[in-house]
Design a protein around this ligand. Structure first.
Ligand code: C2E
Ligand code: MG
Ligand code: MG
Ligand code: MG
Length: 287
């Protein structure tokens, strides 16, 4: 990228060359500042975990949540994960950040199961780098034990891109996670380039239909047909289905009629801080 910028800059004269090198410097500085801030954020505990409820379409009750990280940067405010997870992956900081999330979630879920919803299941997003960390399974096992959380209460969300890696390296990880008793969900399903054969090769428990399909329901006939087909396929293969990005009643009714088990989306609730989610759990118990 830098080379091609230089190339074009040299072609079009000396001033442009300076312009481009300055811009590259600014970008490099910005990136360096972000890196420094991220390392500090980890030490100073500036990360937060938000929870977005997952609702059973059969009972209309909260059965789970997805844990979503946020960065509360002093003087700046709440920064969404898309703005710092990719760079954390690049600089290797995703491993300690990911472990921190797992610890928070296990402790919190254990408390919520004891006091509010005994069968609550919480899912955690795991990036490919984390999945390839040889210490992952051991760490999860320890963390579950420390928080007194049964493995069935924890689900990992992975994305299709991961499955394109070497199967000989990936399968043992799946197997040891499954032996531990935690479940695995395939996130953003339908957006990646993975082939359906992956569903046969890897032990996947749950499919999460990407919100780009749900978004166009019921107006777009293609989305309707594809969503029907994904649900039918998952059910036939013995996988449960979660729809993400459900924003209105039409979508919810469509999903219920189509045999989808679970939904998640702004229609029911945005991701909430732990205190806000706990209030929902308290009502969940009463109703
Ligand atoms: P994701 O795992 O696909 O998470 C779902 C995203 O959709 C969340 O964005 C959520 O706020 C948003 N969402 C939920 N319902 C709706 C809806 O009805 N409409 C719309 N338009 N959006 C909805 P968020 O929290 O900004 O997270 C973005 C991504 O960042 C996540 O996508 C996930 O890939 C990544 N991420 C979040 N937390 C973690 C983490 O702890 N570790 C790692 N490795 N990645 C994370
Ligand atoms: Mg997810
Ligand atoms: Mg998703
Ligand atoms: Mg996503």
């Amino acid at each position: 990228c830098a080379d091609s910028a230089m190339y074009h800059a040299k072609e079009s004269g000396r001033n442009n060359y300076q312009f481009f090198t300055t811009e590259l410097n600014v970008r490099a500085q910005h990136r360096y500042a972000l890196e420094t801030n991220l390392r500090r954020a980890l030490i100073e505990q500036e990360f937060l975990v938000y929870y977005q409820p997952k609702i059973s379409l059969q009972t209309s009750r909260i059965v789970g949540a997805e844990a979503l990280i946020r960065w509360q940067m002093p003087g700046i405010g709440l920064i969404p994960p898309d703005e710092f997870i990719p760079i954390s992956e690049e600089i290797g900081l995703i491993l300690p950040i990911g472990r921190w999330v797992l610890q928070q979630v296990c402790r919190q879920t254990s408390y919520w199961r004891e006091h509010f919803t005994p069968d609550l299941v919480v899912s955690v997003n795991i990036s490919p780098k984390q999945f390839q960390d040889p210490g992952l399974c051991r760490f999860i096992e320890q963390t579950l034990a420390e928080s007194n959380l049964p493995p069935c209460a924890l689900q990992l969300e992975i994305t299709e891109g991961l499955l394109m890696g070497e199967i000989e390296l990936l399968l043992p990880v799946f197997e040891s996670l499954r032996n531990l008793g935690i479940t695995i969900s395939l996130d953003d399903f339908g957006t990646g380039f993975s082939s359906l054969s992956y569903l046969q090769r890897f032990p996947i428990d749950n499919l999460k239909i990407d919100r780009s399909f749900i978004h166009k329901i019921p107006e777009n006939q293609d989305s309707v047909v594809l969503t029907h087909a994904i649900i039918a396929m998952a059910n036939a293969l013995g996988m449960s289905i979660t729809a993400e990005g459900v924003e209105n009643a039409e979508q919810m009714l469509f999903l219920t009629d189509s045999g989808c088990q679970e939904m998640q989306g702004f229609y029911f609730s945005k991701p909430l801080p732990a205190t806000g989610f706990e209030k929902l759990l308290a009502n969940n118990r009463k109703s």
